[in-house]
Design a protein around this ligand. Structure first.
Ligand SMILES: [Zn+2]
Length: 408
């Protein structure tokens, strides 16, 4: 049934004419697609792109998972939805806290609005940390692969996901976690056939394996097989990513880290500044909580301009901006950012104190994200979008607009 367009967070969305599947491939540097298609590992994608839409888009900064997933499902930047990291310093509470509670979300999701208007919607995430944010206020199916064995109709809109999918519950540190998302998506499309489905994977593979490697190509081959099945079921597929991924190592393969808390302790006195790394989450084994973005809270007596300039001049630092300028440039919520925002270069990450990062647990050379150099991501559809201006700068959070309003 075709209904009138919906306005969600100030943007207008047409009702889907076929089932729409929006996929967020966590950590999908565009090079992964390029190398996998060149190697023949993604035959469906290669064919789909010739008759469909093959674009790149910019993610939001920080180029981390939660801010971008929430931007994609709300169609807005973090200044509007409020989720600017996995982790932040809550000034009101005076504490460093995880930001995965829906109480931090400041607007509605597109799926929730469509569900309220009568659409059947489903959201499947790899890690459970995103589930409650993505499913907030939404009537429909919403579960994670991580906790697929625990679904109930009351909490997740579906019982016995393991029985539906026919796969064992996957380990949280595995490529299988993402495969489960797609396998479940195909089963749902065959059964409940949602009008709108959002699938979000984990970047476990991309943190370990560079584009074009055997493991990376195998992972992309796996995804291509599921894309092909969803396509055959008549879905419009719209695929993007939350961020890219780069090696963050020196010539010797060692992590290239600016330990910003140690430096600030030396400049200002121990513990006077507070460095927050919004990449911090409970799943740090594959990145050691090291990314290319940090925000810094300074003591009141300190001149932020001078410290910002000093941080920006550090070797390996791409940019340091005072809060106001950073929030304007990157559309961030000022009340959830520190006095300074710091972004490191392509092959460098920012840490707090050397003593607080256990690099011995990294089982592969460090690859991570968070900065401007991980902002470019694919934006592809299996449908043409002739009305989309070729020169337009697309954001990954335009994907629902492109899929619902432009795709033919
Ligand atoms: Zn991610």
């Amino acid at each position: 049934m075709i209904r009138a367009p919906l306005t969600v967070n100030g943007r207008r969305y047409a009702w889907p004419r076929q089932p729409l599947v929006v996929v967020c491939i966590d950590g999908c540097e565009p090079e992964y697609f390029a190398r996998a298609t060149a190697a023949g590992a993604m035959p469906w994608l290669a064919a789909a792109l010739t008759g469909g839409t093959d674009r790149t888009a910019d993610s939001v900064i920080p180029s981390f998972t939660n801010p971008n997933n929430l931007s994609i499902v709300t169609g807005t930047p973090p200044a509007v939805h409020g989720i600017c990291g996995n982790y932040f310093y809550d000034r009101e509470a005076g504490a460093e806290v995880m930001m995965n509670d829906p109480k931090y979300l400041r607007c509605e999701t597109i799926q929730a609005a469509f569900a309220r208007a009568g659409a059947r919607v489903a959201v499947i995430t790899a890690k459970d940390k995103l589930r409650r944010l993505l499913g907030h206020g939404m009537r429909g199916i919403c579960f994670s692969a991580e906790k697929a064995g625990e679904t109930t109709p009351a909490e997740h809109g579906i019982a016995d996901v393991l029985g539906l999918v026919g796969l064992p519950a996957p380990s949280v540190y595995s490529a299988d976690l993402s495969e489960f998302v797609f396998a479940a998506g195909v089963k749902l499309m065959e059964s409940a056939r949602p009008d709108i489905m959002y699938l979000s994977t984990t970047d476990y593979v991309q943190h370990k394996h560079a584009p074009g490697t055997g493991a990376a190509n195998a992972f992309y081959r796996m995804m291509d097989g599921y894309f092909s099945k969803l396509d055959a079921l008549g879905a419009t597929l719209a695929i993007t990513a939350d961020h890219g991924m780069n090696a963050k190592t020196d010539a010797g393969g060692r992590p290239s880290v600016i330990y910003l808390q140690d430096l600030l302790d030396g400049w200002l006195g121990a513990g006077r500044a507070r460095v927050i790394l919004p990449i911090t989450d409970p799943y740090v084994v594959h990145h050691g909580a090291l990314g290319s973005f940090a925000t810094v809270y300074l003591p009141e007596a300190i001149n932020a301009r001078a410290v910002t300039a000093r941080m920006g001049a550090l070797t390996g630092m791409e940019l340091a901006l005072e809060r106001e300028e950073a929030c304007r440039r990157f559309q961030l919520p000022p009340d959830r950012m520190g006095d300074v925002v710091a972004i490191s270069e392509r092959h460098t990450v920012i840490g707090t104190s050397a003593a607080r990062h256990d690099l011995s647990r990294l089982d592969a050379p460090l690859r991570s994200h968070g900065g401007l150099t991980e902002q470019h991501v694919p934006l592809v559809l299996n449908r043409p979008t002739p009305g989309l201006p070729a020169a337009a700068r697309l954001r990954n959070f335009d994907i629902f607009d492109v899929a619902l309003n432009q795709a033919q």
